[in-house]
Design a protein around this ligand. Structure first.
Ligand code: FAD
Length: 315
């Protein structure tokens, strides 16, 4: 994109300059640690800044992409066109009143779990070790161990492309395994409200620690990954199928399947997004050939992917 056009002029005029970055390398905004440059990266601090940014995109017919904390995405080596709105840096406010927590969409799950624990509130222990944001977790209905986002979120609000702020309550979220109504909406989730129960602080901390120990023992949490690569197929486990197909520890160049947990695809350092994409394609194809089970990725492909590279996803 040429920097002289009216899109860039409006960005400079209407948004805080120190939070706009041009041609910005996105690797460090993704837990896979891969991906090319965003044409424009914006790190908003408030709802009004997000609204302004969206209005500028609308006026100039520029696409936008929203990211939470980048822990469930594979950004193309060719980068992301248009405006990338990353919420996990500055849009992270959290507050607490009685048994309720309100969090802006970019707040980390670790932060809300910590706030809950500090205030003797139970219900968010499961989320403490998930490296995502509140918005990403609501969109994905993130879950772990004994619970899921569905059990604790009572309402959320989002910004529609028409500039309306809309609130959803309870069942309106249509939470299901790794999905919610947001996966079908062109929406920016702004915040969510969590209803928790009174508990005992030490028991809450113990539970969080227990889950962390289990996670560390079973998952490669110090490697670059996006967590579970594939969704759980009906009545089965992706990691079991991948291991049974002989792919645990499979490696192609600097990407591969974790030796510790076959459900995780890893960037061992220096892999490209295309290298990782090829590992996904290989795993899906081998599992399909061996077990006639069609694995579906849990991770989201973001940015400018050549259609031929990602055709395998639709097979
Ligand atoms: C080591 C590791 C362990 C993990 N363990 C778990 C686990 O136990 N359970 C689990 O469920 N997941 C797990 N994950 C996956 C991931 O953390 C979750 O899916 C998380 O909810 C993603 O949140 P995020 O903010 O990082 O989303 P991102 O990766 O930033 O985005 C994911 C998708 O959500 C969209 N999105 C994000 N924020 C918004 C918003 N505000 N409005 C609209 N759309 C938005 C993005 O456009 C994208 O399509 C793990 C990941 C890693 C790296």
């Amino acid at each position: 994109m040429k920097k002289s056009n009216s899109f860039y002029q409006q960005l400079f005029a209407e948004l805080p300059k120190h939070r706009i970055h041009f041609d910005y390398e996105m690797k460090s905004f993704s837990t896979f640690h891969v991906g090319g440059k965003a044409d424009v990266l914006f790190l908003p601090k408030s709802i009004s800044e997000i609204k302004n940014a969206l209005a500028i995109c609308r006026d100039n017919s520029i696409p936008f992409q929203v990211l939470g904390r980048g822990s469930n995405i594979l950004i193309s080596d060719r980068g992301i066109r248009g405006l990338t709105i990353y919420l996990g840096r500055n849009f992270t406010g959290v507050s607490h009143e009685g048994n309720y927590i309100r969090a802006q969409a970019g707040a980390s799950l670790a932060a809300i779990a910590a706030l809950a624990a500090k205030n003797n509130l139970t219900g968010l222990e499961f989320s403490a070790g998930i490296p995502g944001s509140v918005g990403g977790a609501v969109l994905m209905n993130a879950s772990a161990y004994d619970s899921e986002i569905k059990n604790v979120v009572i309402s959320s609000s989002y910004l529609s492309p028409q500039d309306e702020i809309i609130t959803l309550n309870g069942a309106e979220h249509k939470f299901d395994y790794r999905t919610s109504v947001y996966q079908g909406l062109p929406a920016i989730i702004l915040e969510a409200d969590f209803a928790l129960k009174e508990g005992k602080r030490l028991e809450i901390y113990d539970k969080i620690q227990d889950y962390q120990i289990k996670r560390r023992a079973s998952q490669p949490i110090d490697e670059f990954s996006a967590g579970s690569a594939f969704k759980r197929p009906p009545e089965n486990y992706a990691s079991k199928l991948i291991a049974d197909a002989g792919l645990k520890g499979y490696r192609a160049m600097n990407a591969g399947v974790s030796k510790k947990h076959a459900g995780f695809i890893i960037n061992y350092g220096g892999a490209s997004a295309s290298d990782i994409n090829r590992v996904f394609a290989h795993v899906k194809s081998v599992v399909e050939t061996k077990f006639a089970i069609n694995l579906q990725p849990e991770v989201k492909w973001i940015g400018d992917w050549p259609a031929e590279e990602i055709q395998w996803k639709y097979l």
